[in-house]
Write a protein that binds this ligand. Structure first.
Ligand code: GLV
Ligand code: MN
Ligand code: MN
Length: 402
């Protein structure tokens, strides 16, 4: 049996924190915005550079690297029994505009560090271990998150959707992929170093457009205006109102994009465009809020005499449960290492939301400074990252030995 050595301690399982931090810092230099912010959008030059970097880091620890058609990167450590299902661990390296350097990156480089730690103790997995870097966990460029994992999970119609997808500069997904050389945590600092995720909340996102007549800001009198900007503003407020009306703090809603056209001080907005994110751990309650927002959009358009040009549900995904065996292995790992842990729900989504459709899934969380993510000052301490990698190492060790 290759089970976890009960005598295993933090001393015997050495995680090279210096190397991990160095890699995190190096990867953060591939950014479209200045430090400390990181902006790394799918298939841009910096995304491609980050991919090259990750492949190099995988090779450095002896992983066999391959890529699939959508650019998911796999680093494989062959198990001693070929042909049986493997164990995978990973995350993403794309970053939303003005994000920080840890989101996703710790999951990818941390998994590589876990392999390094396990190799150092002479461990040989029975089941192959794969480190995965998923393509575009963030929805920034084409409005859709978790592209790589959706594709791996054979999510219905994702290929069809991507064929029709264009970015803000009207570049098609296919062109962007070709250009790049082709055809993935938020935890408050509670003092507890390890979070073991038991479920992921259900995300949905919407695109809404209003159109009015616009006109001259001086010449058109108030009673005859149909201001598309104000219709959008009202809808943004109604998102908040409908979310709060669910009565549960687990329901959250954000209008993260709100653009008006033509965007001149002396012009009544002729068009508005909103992108709205709604999440809940309860799928039905989330769906009810989506329905209410739709009803509000129609009501506002009617009352303000503007046209509701778009009401598109971009995605409306169900929640996912972690696999008991994976959670059990992570709990056992934390206990063996003498690390305090808490089981928790992930309110952010991850590629694991989709991997759960094809394999038992689990996630290990580490604390972030003040729970910050998607901000330049996102920060995780090396000490906490090392603890996370230790737990991951022993979890992989256990699962690849079953
Ligand atoms: C992923 O970054 C999310 O939006 O939850
Ligand atoms: Mn993110
Ligand atoms: Mn992430």
């Amino acid at each position: 049996c290759n089970g976890i050595d009960v005598a295993m301690t933090e001393e015997t399982l050495f995680v090279d924190g210096h190397r991990l931090q160095q890699q995190i810092d190096e990867l953060s230099s591939f950014s479209d915005t200045p430090p400390p912010s990181v902006t790394r959008i799918l298939f841009t030059g910096n995304d491609v550079a980050a991919r090259r970097y990750v492949k190099g880091a995988m090779k450095e620890v002896g992983l066999l690297v391959r890529e699939d058609a959508i650019g998911n990167i796999f680093g494989r450590w062959e198990g001693s029994i070929p042909g049986i299902p493997g164990v995978a661990s990973g995350s993403h390296t794309d970053a939303i505009p003005y994000a920080g350097k840890y989101d996703g990156v710790v999951g990818v480089l941390g998994a590589i560090a876990a392999v390094r730690a396990l190799k150092r103790i002479g461990f040989q997995p029975k089941r192959s271990i794969e480190v995965i870097m998923f393509t575009s966990e963030e929805p920034t460029r084409f409005g859709f998150g978790c592209l790589g994992s959706r594709m791996m999970a054979n999510s219905t119609n994702i290929v069809e959707i991507l064929k029709e997808s264009f970015d803000a500069e009207n570049v098609s997904f296919a062109e962007a992929a070709k250009e790049a050389g082709y055809l993935d945590v938020v935890m408050d600092h509670s003092g507890i170093p390890i979070g073991i995720v038991t479920a992921i909340a259900a995300p949905a996102s919407l695109k809404v457009g209003f159109k009015g007549d616009g006109g001259h800001a001086g010449a058109v009198l108030m009673p005859v205006r149909n201001d598309a900007g104000l219709a959008g503003a009202e809808l943004a407020l109604s998102v908040e109102k409908n979310v709060l009306a669910s009565g549960s703090t687990d329901t959250v809603g954000t209008t993260g994009v709100f653009k008006i056209h033509p965007g001149a001080v002396n012009s009544i907005p002729r068009e508005s465009h909103l992108e709205i994110d709604i999440r809940d751990i309860d799928e039905k309650r989330r769906d009810k809020v989506v329905d209410e927002i739709k009803r509000s959009a129609h009501e506002i358009a009617g009352r303000r005499r503007v046209t509701l040009t778009t009401f598109e549900i971009v995605n409306q995904d169900p929640p996912a449960q972690s696999g008991d065996q994976v959670v059990g292995a992570a709990i056992e790992a934390a206990e063996l290492l003498g690390l305090e842990y808490q089981t928790m729900i992930s309110r952010a989504y991850h590629d694991s939301l989709f991997m759960a459709r094809i394999a038992p899934m689990g996630m290990i969380f580490i604390p972030c400074y003040k729970g910050y993510s998607h901000r330049p000052d996102e920060f995780a301490s090396l000490e906490d990252m090392i603890k996370g990698v230790q737990v991951l190492s022993l979890t992989l060790k256990r699962l690849s030995s079953l």
